[in-house]
Design a protein around this ligand. Structure first.
Ligand code: 2P0
Length: 324
């Protein structure tokens, strides 16, 4: 017997205030709260149905069969919540340009949380969906919502979830992703953040200053102050990367081209263009700017990068069901 199939679409998100460190690895409870912007162009579609004939979960990503261990761990949580003992057929498509190297666990687990919980007959509130997505990947709890989203760290499974700040923002901003390297990360975010928590002498300072950054950026978002939002986001990202460089053994996600883009953004700023960068657990640089300025910025980037390396995204929606 098969359950009804459900397909969910979730968009990826980029943190302006970074999540970097866990206080509970199993429940994925973060050390600090974070804030992100959900993007429109990059998303994952995931279809789930339960099938009594299956002996284990089956997972296809972009039509290729995958190892299921991490996905099965997540599906076990869904099965436990629903009181189900049946395995599932899961099929995901990543709608991120192949070159992007931005494919993210955030959109993946947000889409899976919604499709799997629906197929299992659970009618979860958005808050509970966010808590569930968090168990797959921390940043996924923020992709339940569109626009600007805050993940309040909380102190246990119940209290750690994301909430929307401005779901349908009408702010004319965009993010330019400069794709520098699509190769697999040298050090996974999971490992990187754990090493930082355990060894960086600056971690306590990070916690304190991130709390201040979060409060300040929320104020700046409310006021539509791009200069302030960008400055806080850029500084917060640099503090996260400083943690990596202060870990033991130290590491960095920067490549020479990442630094070149950062310098270009600083140069453009000195010429009066309001733009700011942020980097995650990889060398790609994301530039926050107004839609109006994006053409000028793209022109300057085009002198150094191919067209396929420059992707532009605007604020996007939260997770939702789609008909296939
Ligand atoms: C973020 N990153 O806030 C931070 C900034 C990368 C740099 O969340 O271990 O894939 O699955 O909870 O969510 C990437 O880490 O890590 C991430 P897990 P996740 O977006």
């Amino acid at each position: 017997m098969l359950s009804k199939a459900f397909t969910a679409r979730a968009h990826t998100n980029i943190a302006l205030i970074k999540y970097w460190g866990k206080k509970d690895q199993e429940l994925i409870l973060p050390m600090n709260s974070s804030l992100s912007l959900t993007l429109d162009h990059f998303y994952t579609d995931t279809e789930v149905y339960f099938d009594q004939a299956l002996k284990q979960d089956v997972f296809y990503l972009n039509e290729e069969k995958q190892n299921v261990s991490k996905v099965t761990q997540f599906m076990n949580i869904v099965r436990r919540q629903a009181g189900l003992k049946v395995f599932a057929h899961i099929s995901s498509t990543n709608h991120v340009p192949t070159m992007a190297g931005l494919a993210s666990s955030a959109s993946a687990y947000a889409a899976l949380a919604m499709a799997a919980s629906q197929a299992a007959g659970l009618q979860l509130s958005r808050r509970d969906l966010s808590r569930l997505a968090r168990r797959g990947s921390g940043s996924a709890c923020r992709s339940i919502y569109g626009g600007f989203v805050e993940w309040q760290r909380g102190h246990d499974d119940q209290s750690s979830f994301a909430s929307p700040i401005e779901e349908n923002t009408n702010w004319n901003i965009c993010m330019i992703a400069v794709v520098i390297d699509k190769a697999r990360k040298k050090i996974s975010s999971r490992l990187g953040m754990q090493r930082v928590v355990e060894t960086s002498p600056f971690y306590t300072a990070w916690m304190k200053s991130t709390e201040r950054d979060l409060a300040a950026i929320k104020e700046a978002i409310k006021k539509r102050d791009l200069k302030k939002v960008g400055t806080i986001a850029e500084e917060n990202a640099m503090k996260m990367h400083a943690l990596n460089m202060s870990a033991h053994p130290h590491f960095s996600y920067f490549e020479p081209a990442s630094i070149a883009v950062m310098h270009l953004v600083e140069l453009l700023r000195s010429e009066g263009i309001c733009c700011y960068y942020t980097l995650d657990a990889g060398p790609n640089v994301k530039i926050l700017c107004s839609v109006e300025d994006s053409t000028r910025i793209l022109d300057r980037l085009a002198a150094r990068f191919d067209k396929e390396q420059l992707l532009v995204a605007r604020p996007g929606p939260g997770v939702h069901l789609i008909n296939k």
